[in-house]
Ligand binder design. Structure first.
Ligand code: ADP
Ligand code: ASP
Ligand code: MG
Length: 462
């Protein structure tokens, strides 16, 4: 079997869903499980709607929910014949009615808990997966909708719930596998799950990729396909640099670094289950299905270029901790990290000197509280609106003079922190967020003007 995941833009309207039908039909022999995101932008809209309701702005929330409802009705109307549509319409209607009811409840209480927010956010995938199932059936594919909340069991860390693999895998075998054995196509929503008690959860923004990998690993897929709106993993974000090229083949480690450091095309957790089961992951373009995409696997052929790609992670805050009294006394670093740990705040980059430590974290609302706790140990400053730029490639190992080449390409940039060595396949540094486009374009020009045709494809972008 294989897993095919279609992102928001790949199911954004009836035309896009029609393309999905064609793509899946061509793979029918491989026994696909189909995972879909919410239609493009729907999750963002649900976030706005949930917040409006939480602020007591009931009218606004219900109005926005109505326009979501109309968009889905319009797409379903275009996809389905009149008879099928009227049947499906009542199913959609009951979902949107329960969303309205939920919003009214939130507005009445005037409070939005993380648990309720997850419930609101889950509607995008709950509904899109039903729509895609209906479209498949109407076009003669034997599709069965599976509510992901019956299989993807998570802890209760709402908005970034962790999957509980030991519980998920037997459920996948019980619910999804038999459908494949009966030549049916299971269609599931990404991003959503439920606790053991059946409370709806979500596994983090962009998490449908992760859902696909969880299912792929649980059912020992031959491969996991991530269908999106670009030709594959590119040498950098094509939205920032038009010269970005498709990477034909890349290793798990390289792709994982890129995903972690901001290459949005893959959710950072996606590759973990695939690596564990050694399942190749393909990134493919639903608007250009003929393109071969990117193959991500344990071993990628080596390239003549030093780097495979450049990524940037924005919304970073630098925290500087200056030890006035303790001058790096034994246990000082531990006490600093304990503070981040207590606030459950992951640290990306660290650099130390005799008397100070600089760290980077994703900007978040806990930073003032973290700083207050750190202040008990040392002097603390923090500064937001930074970005980590990260160059990745297995050839970094053993190439001399790389740092000079990298920083030579951006001679006037205000570089705040530098890190090389930890993974041996990544050089990263911190700059102002506003400088990201210029830095990426200069670095891309320096390192990807000439590319190894064995590893890199055409310049295409979106
Ligand atoms: P989906 O909705 O299909 O999950 P996303 O928007 O999450 O799609 O991811 C695809 C987008 O990721 C692309 O449109 C592109 O702008 C962005 N992106 C960032 N870095 C890269 C990269 N290195 N390669 C390809 N796309 C990238
Ligand atoms: N719809 C969710 C989001 O926008 C999950 C996904 O698309 O992967 O974050
Ligand atoms: Mg995505």
């Amino acid at each position: 079997m294989i897993v095919m995941k279609f992102g928001g833009t790949s199911v954004e309207d009836s035309k896009a869903i029609d393309r999905v039908v064609k793509i899946v039909r061509e793979r029918i022999e491989s026994q696909p499980v189909v995972v879909v995101s919410a239609m493009a932008k729907v999750t963002d809209q649900l976030l706005t709607i949930g917040k409006a309701a939480g602020n007591g702005d009931r009218e606004n929330a219900i109005d926005l929910a109505r326009s979501l409802r109309e968009r889905h009705y319009a797409a379903a109307g275009e996809l389905l014949s009149t008879g099928v549509f009227s049947e499906f319409h009542s199913e959609l209607e009951s979902d949107f009615d329960s969303l309205d009811e939920l919003l009214r409840g939130i507005a009445a209480v005037g409070e939005l808990t993380p648990r309720t927010m997850d419930n609101v956010m889950s509607f995008g995938e709950r509904i899109s997966s039903k729509m895609v199932t209906a479209a498949f059936s109407a076009r003669g594919l034997n599709a069965t909708h599976v509510d992901s909340r019956e299989c993807i069991i998570t802890d209760n860390t709402h908005s970034k719930a962790l999957p509980l693999f030991d519980e998920i895998n037997p459920l996948l075998h019980k619910t999804v596998r038999p459908l494949l054995d009966h030549a049916r196509i299971p269609v599931m929503g990404g991003y959503i799950g439920a606790t053991r008690e059946g409370v709806t959860t979500t596994i983090g923004r962009g998490g449908s990729d992760f859902t696909a990998a969880i299912i792929g690993a649980g059912l020992d897929a031959e491969r996991i396909e991530i269908w999106t709106d670009v030709d594959g993993m590119m040498t950098t974000d094509p939205g920032i640099c038009k010269e970005a090229r498709r990477i034909k083949s890349i290793s798990f480690e390289e792709a994982a670094e890129l995903a972690y450091f901001g290459a949005k095309v893959l959710h950072p957790a996606t590759l973990l289950p695939a690596i564990q089961k050694n399942i190749p992951v393909y990134v493919l373009n639903s608007r250009n299905p003929k393109s071969e995409g990117t193959r991500i696997s344990a071993r990628a052929p080596s390239s003549k270029n030093i780097f495979k790609a450049i990524a940037a992670k924005k919304r970073i805050t630098i925290v500087d901790v200056v030890a006035t009294r303790m001058l790096m006394a034994h246990g000082f670093l531990k006490s600093i990290f304990d503070v981040f740990d207590r606030h459950k705040c992951p640290v990306d980059m660290v650099s130390t000197s005799e008397v100070s430590v600089s760290l980077t974290v994703d900007s978040n609302e806990a930073i003032p509280a973290i700083a207050a706790d750190l202040q008990k140990l040392a002097d603390v400053k923090y500064e937001g609106r930074k970005a980590i730029v990260c160059l990745v490639g297995e050839n970094i190992r053993g190439t001399r003079g790389i740092a000079a080449k990298v920083f030579g390409a951006i001679p006037n940039m205000n570089v705040r922190m530098i890190s090389q060595g930890a993974s041996e396949i990544n050089i990263s540094f911190v700059i102002e967020e506003d400088d990201v486009p210029e830095a990426i374009q200069s670095l891309h020009k320096a390192f990807f003007s000439e590319t190894d045709p064995e590893i890199f494809g055409e310049v295409l972008g979106k």
